[in-house]
Structures are given as structure tokens and as C-alpha cells.
Write a protein that binds this ligand. Structure first.
Ligand SMILES: NC(=O)c1ccc[n+]([C@@H]2O[C@H](COP(=O)([O-])OP(=O)(O)OC[C@H]3O[C@@H](n4cnc5c(N)ncnc54)[C@H](O)[C@@H]3O)[C@@H](O)[C@H]2O)c1
Length: 364
């Protein structure tokens, strides 16, 4: 019988349950242990999941020292991603780390260096990459259909969506919406164009909702941002306008856009997209005529309009396992996500300093 892949979970809070639900679907994978710094939390987690043989610890170090594993999934809050990932990589384990990659850019660089040195997988948990429509949008942009992309704009955001828990505590999450859901926006916008290097950022971050008891019940606990905008220059003469909100008085910060010299792609983010044939539009010129088309998948998995139809979370966990088994490189490599983290780091610094900042990425 084939030996099962042995995986450990570091951090057994909210999202660890989604990881567990995904791993449970795979017969060739076994969750053999876990750790959480809150006493008893990892033990209770395995009791809930009815895994009496999984070993529970109160530090990642003890888990790594005592349990034979192929890899770990890191589900701690953002400020401890780097220390846990580096510890696991140095012990020769493959790592799947939740998004955002880290708190600071330097931490992300150190994580990649550790993965390279250990020659192990370091993959970052951006499950929307497994959406069929997202992959199609990436393909269309990369095919050159819209020409040279010179402007990208993120959109969307939440009207009332402050997540609470450790997400609003600066010492644990590091930042608020700019890194939490902002990292998804950055990944969606920039993966499609091959993650050009960011050069400068001018950003603003505010906390008008989290600090207001009218909109958030624990304003005294809230010490991160709930809204952020940034103007980012990317290598290759590309302008990237970033916007993100956990809360606002509007249904959306606008559409996601890629403008190219030969066409444009728009993802409709407002709520009225429900009345449109698709959320994705392509604008082109044909024989001197302006053509607007809705992109419709000739495939049942349309995660942009019906996310429930495809389990992108399970797909990301499966890909990590398969990459280990097949000796493949990281599916969502840390080397690429460093550019995502560099932008978040730049937004955070620029917003604090209230001026434009340069982005310098240390060698990795
Ligand atoms: N991919 C997704 O859809 C998704 C969704 C939610 C959260 N997340 C990400 O998952 C991460 C965790 O979010 P959450 O909601 O589960 O937070 P959480 O606070 O509920 O859980 C984090 C857990 O990690 C533990 N922890 C912290 N540092 C540790 C360490 N050094 N060693 C061991 N345990 C440690 C905490 O005690 C806590 O139990 C965040 O980075 C978040 O951005 C991803």
C-alpha cells in the first residue's frame, strides 16, 4: 500500500478547520499532528475532528521535533507566519502558508531564502487561483489579446465586513484589510501580468469604521486599517491603482480592470452583476468597431459567478500534496508572492509616513 503523506497543522484557529475539512477528503493524506500556542487548543481541535492519533502540542517547535512529517500547513495569524515557516523549512519540511505571506517584506524574503536553502516547497494559500474563470482571465491577458497592459485597477471591497477575531489586533494581524483581503486583490491583478516588480507606492489607510461603535462593537480592540487606497508604479510602465475596504458606505469600490493597448478586461464587482450574463467583460476593436462582450465559460465551473460550484480551497490543498508527491515546484511560489508582500509592505509604510515610498526588495 502507498505510504500516506504525513502533514501537520501549525495554528488551529478559524481557518485550520477549512484546511482540515480539505485534507479529510484525501485518502492518501494523514494529519499526524498539530500545534497551537493557546494551551489545549490543538488537542481540542483534534478531538473535534475525531483524530485521536494526531499528536497535539503547544509550540510549533515541539511538533516539528517530535513528529515525523512530510510537510506542514501554517494557519497562524500573519505576524507568526515567517517564524513558523522558517522553522519548518529548516527542519526539512515542505510548507503551505496561509495568505498573506507574512507581515513584513523582510520576513517574506527570509522565508524564500529558507525554502531555497532547504530545497523544499514554500507555497502560499491563494485559493482563488484555482477558480476556472480566474484562470481563463489570466490566460486571455497572457495571450496578448488585449495588447500591452499599461493600467490595472483593483475593485470590490465589503460594505460591512470587518472580520473581528485576531484580524483586528495589530500585534497579531499586523495590518487590516490592506493585507487581509488586499493580498487577494493584488494577486488577482498582478499574477495575470506576470507579477511585475513594484517600484514606488503612495498610500492612505484609515480606520473610520473599526473605531466607531456605531459600526463595530469593539472599537477599543481595533487597531488596524479598515480602508486603504494606493497608487503603485510597476516595472514595465504599468500603473496599478489599489483599493480595499472592510467597510464603507457603498456596494463596491468599483470594477477590477486591466487596460491594454488592444483591449480591456473588466470584472464587475457591484452587486448588480447578478443581473448580467457574466461578471467578466472583454472590450476590443474589430474592423474599426468597438466591441463589448461578456465572457461566458463553456464549462460548469464558474467560480466568479457561483463560487459554491468549485471547492477552490480543497483544490489548493490538493495541489500542495501533489506537488510534494510528484516532486514538483511550489504551486504558488514564495518567490512570486514576495512582490505581493512588497506592495503590502509599501502601502503600510507609505500610509504611516503619509508620503510616497520606494520599494526595495532585498536579494533572495
Ligand atoms: N485562505 C483563506 O480563505 C483564509 C481565510 C481566513 C483566514 N486566513 C488566514 O489564515 C491565518 C489565520 O487566520 P484565522 O482566522 O485562523 O486566525 P485565528 O486567530 O483564528 O487562528 C490562528 C491561530 O494560530 C495560533 N498561533 C499563533 N501563533 C502561533 C505559533 N507561533 N505557533 C502555533 N500557533 C500559533 C493562535 O493561537 C490561533 O489559534 C491568517 O493569516 C489569515 O489571513 C485565510
Amino acid at each position: 500500500m502507498e505510504r500516506k503523506l504525513r502533514i501537520g497543522i501549525i495554528g488551529t484557529g478559524g481557518i485550520a478547520h477549512a484546511h482540515m475539512a480539505a485534507y479529510k477528503q484525501f485518502d492518501d493524506v494523514e494529519i499526524v499532528g498539530g500545534a497551537d500556542i493557546v494551551p489545549g487548543k490543538a488537542k481540542a481541535f483534534f478531538e473535534k475532528w475525531d483524530l485521536p492519533n494526531a499528536q497535539a502540542f503547544e509550540s510549533a517547535e515541539e511538533l516539528i521535533k517530535n513528529v515525523e512529517m512530510d510537510g506542514v500547513t501554517i494557519c497562524t495569524y500573519n505576524t507568526t507566519h515567517a517564524e513558523c515557516a522558517i522553522m519548518a523549512l529548516e527542519a526539512g519540511l515542505h510548507v503551505q502558508c496561509e495568505k498573506p505571506m507574512s507581515f513584513t517584506l523582510q520576513e517574506a524574503v527570509d522565508m524564500v531564502k529558507a525554502a531555497k536553502k532547504a530545497n523544499k516547497i514554500l507555497t502560499i494559500g491563494f485559493q482563488p487561483r484555482y477558480s476556472y474563470m480566474r484562470q481563463k482571465v489570466d490566460e486571455i491577458i497572457r495571450s496578448g489579446t488585449i495588447g500591452k497592459v499599461y493600467y490595472i485597477q483593483s475593485g470590490g471591497g465589503r460594505r460591512r465586513g470587518i472580520p473581528g477575531g485576531t484580524f483586528i489586533e495589530g500585534d497579531k494581524a499586523g495590518f487590516g484589510c490592506l493585507g487581509d483581503i488586499g493580498c487577494y486583490s493584488i494577486d488577482e491583478c498582478l499574477h495575470a501580468v506576470g507579477y511585475p516588480k513594484p517600484l514606488t507606492v503612495s498610500a492612505v489607510a484609515t480606520d473610520y469604521f473599526g473605531k466607531n461603535p456605531k459600526y463595530w462593537p469593539e472599537p477599543e480592540k481595533f487597531n488596524v486599517d479598515d480602508f486603504s487606497v494606493a497608487f503603485i508604479r510597476l516595472e514595465g510602465d504599468i500603473t496599478f491603482v489599489f483599493k480595499q475596504a472592510w467597510a464603507m458606505h457603498a456596494d463596491s469600490l468599483g470594477d477590477t480592470l486591466w487596460l491594454g493597448t488592444e483591449g480591456g478586461i473588466k470584472i464587475i464587482n457591484s452587486f448588480d452583476y447578478a443581473n448580467k450574463p457574466s461578471r467578466v467583460m472583454l472590450f476590443t476593436d474589430v474592423n474599426g468597431m468597438q466591441v463589448d462582450s461578456y465572457i461566458l465559460p463553456s464549462h460548469p465551473f464558474d467560480a466568479y459567478s457561483s463560487p459554491q460550484k468549485v471547492d477552490v480551497f480543497a483544490a489548493k490543498v490538493r495541489d500542495f500534496c501533489d506537488a510534494i508527491k510528484e516532486g514538483r515546484p511550489a504551486p504558488i511560489p514564495g518567490e512570486e508572492i514576495i512582490y505581493n508582500q512588497a506592495i503590502i509592505d509599501g502601502i503600510y509604510r507609505s500610509a504611516k509616513l503619509k508620503r510616497e515610498v520606494e520599494i526595495e526588495i532585498p536579494e533572495f
